[in-house]
Ligand binder design. Sequence first.
Ligand code: GBH
Length: 496
Amino acid sequence: MATRPALHSAPSDEQAQQVAKMILKPNTAEAGLSQIEGAIDEDGRLPSIWDTFANTPGKISDGTDGRVACDSYHRTAEDIALLKSLGAKAYRFSIAWPRIIPLGGRDDPVNQVGVDHYVKFVDDLLEAGIVPVVTLYHWDLPDNLDKKYGGVLNKQEFVPDFLRYARVMFEALGSKVPYWITFNEPFCTSGLGYAVGKHAPGRSSDRTVNPVGDSSTEPWLAGHSLLCAHGATVKMFREEFKPKYGGEIGITLNGDYGYPWDANNPEDMAAVERKLEFAISWFADPIYHGQYPDSMRAQLGDRLPTFTDDEIANIKGSNDFYGMNHYCSHFIKSWAPKPAPITDIEGNLECLFFDKNGTPVGKETQSPWLRPNAPGFRKLLNWISDRYNHPKILVTEFGTSIKGENDLKYPEILDDEFRCDYFRTYIQAMAEAVAQDGVNVFGALCWSLMDNYEWSEGYETRFGVCYVDYEGGQKRFPKKSATDTKEIFEQYMGKV
Ligand code: GBH
């Protein structure tokens, strides 16, 4: 039987540094559910909100869903062998809640087949010498909970239901998993799910997007529920599981960096700060400082909920490490002094690819939101480190798509120099942040091991260091970046 690495039982800072060196090697991140697993109606799994969303006409750009995806549910041995062959030291993946408690609720039955699937997967990873990094929630709420009570909008119901699900997973995997992440990118769940409407369940005030939803209030309620669930889960983990098993827990926040659109305009400078606060501090300030940022209170007034004493006591100090997802940068143009639109979730500003002089922030990719800018990564690492008193940071995602990659055929598609360049420059920027600026990054995971279901962009956008042949039976082929990242990481090993 596989045992978890002893190194992780109760890491001192010095041990954490060793883990850093161990993890700062080629790594890959993945998601459970519709992004890679497929098998959406097998072994007792019931639909998630993403299954329902994908089957709503017009929501996914290529009209696809996660029914098969990379077929990873049936290919765990193959995926682990692939990771091993690429020299990966850690693997981040998420658990699909609808496999564990298909109806989702705290009184609903646990699906043992689903639990066993992940236990075996983690055992096999450990056997292969790969550290599992487990995300409990990567956007795939059991659909039943959305239908029954509105999912994350209903804090009273959502928090105890999530806690029960988390408990089942800590019981099953607590002795084996050294790093837990409660929620992946709560900004996306809240903002894209309940204001923009581009993510499940797709609610929005924009009636061309959805017949129901209120973008002025719902994202803030959703975010509040997620914070409360995170806080309560960490409390339970620390009281009941950490003393027995060790292990660390945190939340993963997405955040892209911003430069002023007009560097001589104080309004744009202030907007940069607001942009980072609305994206990152919305969640990180309550966790590290015990309250929402002033800029959000000022713009949102009572639309931003308040914490009870118990809630904030759970939330404040609840990160053992900061999980950081980071992809790109933008130029930020303020809308102030005009008041923010009531549906705004970004801080009364716009994010642009070009500055006032027409200089681009980076080269175009396939993703409409992503242009690489490696110096922005170093700057954001410093911003987070300064604002939150030098937390330990695990970079849980960074990576890029490539303009037109999907139009290439095998084997040309394996020659992804653009992605190699992205990882080379971003890893260099991260190494500088660590070595020269003293930022405490202890690990980094590339997004992603293989091309996968890219949410509302379907399969047209690829992020993998391995190519997945969707038409030819989901076979995986390492791209150039798969071997390059191994070498790039190794170059920095022991030097940071
Ligand atoms: C990550 O989010 C996700 O965690 C991961 O699952 C995904 O595969 C990866 O991105 C690559 O896309 O134009 O309004 O739709 C990264 C942060 C924030 C990027 C929201 C996309 C979409 C803005 N994401 N953004 S919108």
